[in-house]
Design a protein around this ligand. Structure first.
Ligand code: SAM
Length: 283
């Protein structure tokens, strides 16, 4: 496990994923009853974009830094406010170039009654996450294989919640593991919301994955994709995607609005491409 998210934190793919995460949790918060977030590949929780790792790639410069500096169209600015306000708020107390990973963002948006379970298999990353989470009574950090979290922690006691699956994609077979996890999650918790992140590098692999997800036939399966660079080789990220099962009914339109505003800001060619469509519509 060589992957360290600190090299990529705040890049365009992170911005897209975290914008969607924030929209889902904002929607959940419209009802008082508690929800639970299970984050299978949680990372360190907090990143320093002025640190050596982030500066080595400079990826956040074309991601969150550009977005924070941009004059966004009003509808996108409004939809992004919970996410961008959480980033700004974190910077006021944690430091000027800090960036929240998915656990930090989820905790920032969560309410006292909500619960959070974070799995992180890398010991060093888990120690950082432990430190960030501190004594927050709402959260548990586990040094557990995230692929086992589905069987171990679903369905949640709250019967309401989000499963986020965001593996590093450094090993072969991760698309297949996502499919297995998605099917198992749905069998255990059919009313849950599931969000799966994937890289757009190898177009044939992505195409096969989309087809396989569609074949599972889970009603309300949404695909959200953004290309932010031209395809140069199968080793370089040219875009990223999310599969979201049981999204809030507003999410497809919201992500269209958000990404149509963000793609030209973050894309290398100043345009980018956005694809939001149902792989499996409502039953
Ligand atoms: N979800 C995080 C966010 O949005 O801020 C980023 C997570 S990063 C893409 C993937 C993380 O998964 C890395 O920190 C890596 O150490 C961890 N990891 C890799 N294999 C794992 C496994 N089998 N179970 C749990 N964590 C794993």
């Amino acid at each position: 496990m060589n992957y360290r998210h600190a090299f990529h934190a705040g890049n365009p793919a992170d911005v897209m994923k975290h914008a969607a995460l924030a929209r889902v949790l904002t929607y959940f918060a419209k009802k008082d009853n508690a929800y639970r977030v299970v984050d299978t590949h949680a990372g360190a929780g907090l990143y320093d974009l002025a640190g050596t790792s982030a500066l080595r790639t400079g990826e956040a410069e074309s991601g969150i830094e550009r977005v924070l500096a941009a004059d966004l169209p009003a509808p996108a600015a409004e939809l992004l406010a919970p996410y961008l306000d959480a980033v700004r708020e974190l910077r006021t107390h944690a430091g000027p170039k800090r960036y929240p990973g998915s656990p930090a963002l989820a905790l920032a948006l969560g309410r006292p009654q909500d619960r959070f379970l974070f799995c992180e298999l890398n010991r060093e990353e888990r120690l950082k996450l432990d430190k960030f989470v501190g004594e927050d009574p709402r959260a548990k950090v586990l040094l557990q294989d995230g692929w086992h979290a589905v069987g171990a922690h679903l369905p949640p006691r709250e019967r309401r919640g989000l499963l986020l699956i965001d593996p590093p994609f450094e090993e072969a077979g991760e698309f297949d593991r996502m499919l297995v996890a998605l099917r198992a999650a749905y069998e255990r918790f059919a009313t849950g919301t599931f969000m799966l992140w994937y890289p757009i590098k190898n177009l044939m692999a992505v195409d096969a994955f989309r087809r396989d997800v569609a074949r599972l036939g889970l009603p309300k399966t949404l695909k959200v994709e953004m290309d932010f660079a031209e395809v140069r080789s199968q080793d370089q990220l040219s875009g990223s995607g999310l599969i979201i099962v049981n999204p809030p009914f507003t999410l497809a339109d919201e992500m269209r609005t958000i990404l149509t505003a963000l793609a030209p800001i973050m894309a290398r060619d100043g345009k980018g491409r956005v694809r939001v469509s149902w792989l499996v519509p409502t039953a």
